[in-house]
Design a protein around this ligand. Structure first.
Ligand SMILES: [Mg+2]
Length: 267
């Protein structure tokens, strides 16, 4: 059994793990304080590319959790990192929110709506989606079959208070119906976000724990990155889903609250 160390790196999914919608779980602040007190480090890891880190700092602050820029690893940041590595200096067509565009611009990328200038297409969770953007991306995919095509996250839906809305993966399916093409995916369940977090903080995979409420995104990204994994049953996943899944986490907790005593024991 891989051992959870109090002074390790904790990569937390947010919704369903630390809060549910707009309700903070009652243990979250104690858990984060315990990790800090024991010399560990935590980061919040999210696939949602519609919000900037500044938006998330504000959201957590409204829920009563203090955070700063360095506490986050988002699919927008990971996408910027991937683009720097593979498409440095590229001009991007971004089918995403102004927040995503701002993040990519801040990392030195040019963004254009002029299709002749485009080197790479980037799809995000676009809560500002228009038909014009779908038309532009269709045109790029059909007229330039080899153009690099990247998506920040593969999620089909994003939870809302009334159920859910279509997320990046659903829009990519629409474009696949047009072009037959599927994008390179950056966020969870791929390994890039946990890998980046480890690279930035200097922790090794055997001293890093990925904690989340979804097996097919959170847990899978941890497995692919070689970290320790903990599934929490405080969100989307039930025991039945867990039993039916091929991918098994190292640990299963009713909620992330159970980590507090484990960390304290090792402190
Ligand atoms: Mg979640």
């Amino acid at each position: 059994m891989k051992e959870i160390k109090g002074n390790g790196l904790f990569l937390f999914d947010m919704d369903g793990t630390l809060y549910l919608g707009n309700r903070l779980y009652d243990f979250t602040n104690e858990l984060l304080a315990t990790i800090r007190a024991c010399g560990g480090k935590y980061m919040f890891m999210t696939n949602n590319s519609s919000k900037s880190v500044a938006d998330y700092i504000k959201k957590l602050s409204n829920l009563g959790v203090d955070s700063c820029y360095e506490d986050f690893i988002t699919s927008s940041q990971a996408t910027a990192y991937y683009l720097k590595k593979h498409h440095l200096g590229a001009t991007l067509y971004v089918c995403g929110t102004e927040s995503l565009k701002k993040e990519l611009r801040s990392q030195g990328f040019a963004i254009s709506d002029c299709l002749d200038e485009i080197d790479v297409i980037v799809m995000g969770f676009d809560t500002e989606l228009t038909f014009k953007k779908l038309e532009d991306v269709s045109k790029l995919l059909l007229t330039r079959p080899d153009i690099p095509y990247i998506a920040t996250n593969p999620d089909y839906v994003c939870p809302t208070e009334f159920g859910s809305v279509p997320d990046c993966g659903s829009v990519c399916d629409m474009l696949c119906n047009v072009s037959g093409r599927r994008p390179v995916v950056i966020g969870k369940p791929e390994a890039l976000m946990p890998q980046l977090a480890m690279e930035h903080t200097g922790y090794s995979a055997d001293n890093t724990l990925v904690v989340g409420d979804r097996i097919y995104t959170d847990i899978k990204s941890g497995i692919k990155a070689g970290t320790i994994t903990a599934l929490v049953l405080s969100g989307e996943t039930t025991r039945e889903i867990l039993d039916a899944s091929q991918d098994k986490p190292d640990y299963v907790f009713e909620s992330a609250k159970e980590l507090i005593s484990i960390i304290k024991k090792d402190c």
